[in-house]
Design a protein around this ligand. Structure first.
Ligand SMILES: C[S@@+](CC[C@H](N)C(=O)[O-])C[C@H]1O[C@@H](n2cnc3c(N)ncnc32)[C@H](O)[C@@H]1O
Length: 223
């Protein structure tokens, strides 16, 4: 399980370069994935949405721009990442640990978490906390990297563990954070295992949608 102190220090160190690094390293696919998330959120028509582990606000801002009627709160435990989010126009942010949110029970219609849950020390504890702050009938959406389970798995592993940390080291000056990325993706449950985890944490109707040959997935569930 990821060490919160390490995760906090790693994101503090790369906060200023995170947005650029993301777009370069994913060749812009992260923008497409977030656009897909925005479409799915639009179908639920939530009045309020909590974007957990909002970081520099990429997903929260994409949702706000496309769906300005939604009241979006972005939360993250890393102040330097939130500072970038605020500078980029995310007006409502809250510095908090996602596994212990200082928020009322049943206070949001929807919650999103993009590339964040994988970095948390206890996935089950975090999912139960997300469920607590969602209203009955509320929706959870998790977007994260996943290991492909197809012919693409071997070359992808090579890229993830050997190529990506070197390129990322050049872009961000911190290759360690990206060596950690590969390990965290390997450890994160995918597909059926993740749907079962959501059920075990009290969610209903879990779904999973692999993206780009399975290198990322969108999971949804309801309270
Ligand atoms: C890879 S960034 C993702 C940021 C953003 N959601 C995006 O899509 O670009 C992961 C974020 O998760 C945050 N994070 C990790 N563990 C956390 C925790 N326990 N509580 C709150 N935030 C956490 C980090 O600070 C970091 O900003």
């Amino acid at each position: 399980m990821p060490d919160p102190a390490y995760v906090h220090a790693a994101f503090s160190a790369i906060a200023e370069r995170y947005v650029t690094a993301n777009h370069i390293l994913s060749l812009g696919t992260d923008i497409m994935w977030r656009a897909r998330v925005v479409q799915m959120v639009a179908e639920w028509k939530p009045a309020s949405l909590l974007d957990i582990a909002t970081g520099t606000g990429d997903l929260a801002l994409a949702i706000k721009r496309a769906l300005p009627e939604i009241d979006v709160l972005g939360t993250d435990f890393c102040r330097p990442m939130l500072d970038v989010a605020v500078r980029r126009g995310l007006s409502r942010v809250l510095e908090a640990d996602a596994m212990n949110l200082p928020l009322e029970d049943a206070s949001f219609d929807a919650a999103t978490v993009a590339f964040g849950l994988r970095n948390m020390a206890d996935y089950g504890k975090a999912l139960r906390e997300f469920r607590r702050v969602l209203k009955p009938g509320g929706h959870l959406l998790v977007l994260d990297f996943s290991m492909p389970e197809n012919i693409f798995a071997a070359p992808y592993r090579l890229y993830l563990h050997h190529v990506l940390p070197r390129i990322a080291g050049l872009v961000t000056g911190n290759s360690d954070a990206y060596a950690y990325l590969g390990d965290s993706i390997e450890a994160f449950p995918r597909g059926e295992a993740f749907r079962q985890l959501m059920l075990a944490c009290g969610f209903k109707n879990p779904t999973s949608l692999p993206l780009c040959m399975g290198i990322a997935s969108i999971y949804t569930a309801e309270v």
